[in-house]
Design a protein around this ligand. Structure first.
Ligand code: HEC
Ligand code: HEC
Ligand code: HEC
Ligand code: HEC
Ligand code: HEC
Length: 248
């Protein structure tokens, strides 16, 4: 048989495969050492926006459902931001003279979308999907902090890989049943209903409301509830930490 490759071609192939894996790793690794500095994670720092939009006002005091503005959060990877039309369903009638709403009126007149400053972000080499988390009943505040209290939106968690893995290693700790009559997806929004109704919160509910990821109780009773919800929601944790889940 004619020899197509020199005997050591295989070694070259192997070396280039390894380099192909190692170089991006080093770029990621040294790049991320810089982004890990606390002043750079952006957690808890309100971001200036073209319009000072308040979640406390709209989502809590007025009681507008998250899904009214973040329409694709249950069904797609991205939650989506509201268009000017959505704001104008109310603001073409109320607060029409507010100077704070001047950029909104301008956007409406010119048809140019408002350029909201992004608060939460994972790097491009990370795959994230909202719909699967919402459909497993994980509340927004677990990842975004106490949104319902924010007058200017800020980041609630670092979104470092180790943070994602804290849950992916064993999501049972973060599973909860707010209202047994509702689907897991609907339960995500029960927290805000409870808060609006002024109902007393359990210890677990309080920590979620406050976005205290690290303080979520991990006692035995909750562990048992979590395990049984893992079963009914058919969550298989054995593959959740595999690299390809988030890096595809
Ligand atoms: C009336 C519309 C409206 C409602 C209701 C609303 N939001 Fe928002 N949300 C916005 C707008 C506008 C922005 C972009 C400006 C900003 O970041 O404050 C935003 C931004 C966000 C962000 C940050 C996005 C980014 O840039 O990373 C999160 C997280 C969020 N909303 C969660 C929620 C949750 C949770 C609820 C329900 C409790 C909710 N929102 C209800 C309009 C709304
Ligand atoms: C369901 C109705 C409704 C929708 C939708 C809505 N708002 Fe409002 N918004 C209100 C009401 C009511 C107030 C005034 C509340 C008050 O101060 O008593 C208000 C107040 C505001 C204010 C404060 C104005 C001032 O001068 O103090 C801003 C800014 C604002 N809204 C921005 C937005 C933006 C941006 C959107 C779209 C993302 C939006 N709103 C969507 C009802 C709405
Ligand atoms: C498991 C954690 C997690 C949960 C639960 C979660 N988010 Fe997010 N959210 C993220 C991450 C991570 C990003 C950044 C995504 C990116 O950069 O691609 C994000 C981004 C966003 C954004 C910015 C726009 C976008 O789609 O990228 C909005 C708005 C938002 N989330 C709203 C919500 C709302 C509303 C809920 C609850 C109904 C929710 N999120 C639940 C982790 C979460
Ligand atoms: C509080 C718990 C929790 C946190 C925090 C969390 N996840 Fe998840 N994630 C889950 C659960 C539960 C599932 C669903 C597993 C299943 O149903 O088998 C999941 C599934 C996924 C999937 C699989 C989607 C699919 O289509 O198969 C991806 C991708 C993912 N998560 C990315 C992330 C990333 C990236 C982060 C951090 C920014 C993150 N997750 C943070 C609990 C969490
Ligand atoms: C649950 C989701 C998830 C899984 C599973 C996951 N990663 Fe990541 N990974 C992330 C996120 C999110 C980042 C971005 C971190 C940041 O921005 O600081 C990241 C970043 C990285 C980086 C850049 C350096 C760093 O630490 O920030 C490398 C390298 C990496 N991941 C390798 C891996 C390998 C190898 C595996 C399998 C053993 C893996 N990842 C599994 C979510 C995940």
């Amino acid at each position: 048989m004619v020899q197509l490759f020199k005997p050591n071609a295989n070694t070259y192939a192997k070396v280039s495969l390894i380099m192909g894996a190692v170089i991006p790793f080093c770029v990621f690794y040294f790049g991320s050492t810089i982004t890990r500095a606390p002043y750079n994670t952006g957690v808890g720092i309100p971001r200036d926006q073209p319009i000072p939009f308040s979640h406390r006002h709209h989502a809590m005091e007025l009681g507008i459902d998250c899904r009214f503005c973040h329409t694709s959060v249950e069904t797609s990877a991205v939650a989506g931001l509201p268009t000017t039309e959505v704001c104008m369903t109310c603001h073409s009638q109320i607060w029409t003279n507010s100077p704070l709403l001047e950029p909104l009126r301008k956007s409406w007149e010119t048809g140019t979308p408002i350029e909201w400053v992004k608060v939460n972000r994972v790097p491009d080499f990370v795959y994230f999907d909202h719909s699967i988390h919402i459909n497993r009943g994980i509340n927004c505040n677990t990842c975004h902090g106490p949104i319902q209290q924010m007058t200017i939106t800020e980041k609630g968690q670092t979104f470092h890989m180790s943070w994602c893995l804290e849950c992916h290693r064993d999501p049972a700790d973060f599973m909860y049943e707010w209202n047994a009559d509702e689907s897991p997806r609907q339960q995500v929004f029960e927290l805000y209903k409870k808060l609006m109704a002024g109902e007393k919160l359990t210890g677990y509910e309080y920590e979620i409301a406050e976005g205290h990821f690290k303080k979520i109780p991990k006692d035995k009773a909750h562990q048992e509830l979590g395990e049984s919800l893992m079963e009914t929601r058919q969550i298989n944790k054995s593959q959740l930490t595999d690299c390809y889940v988030c890096h595809r």
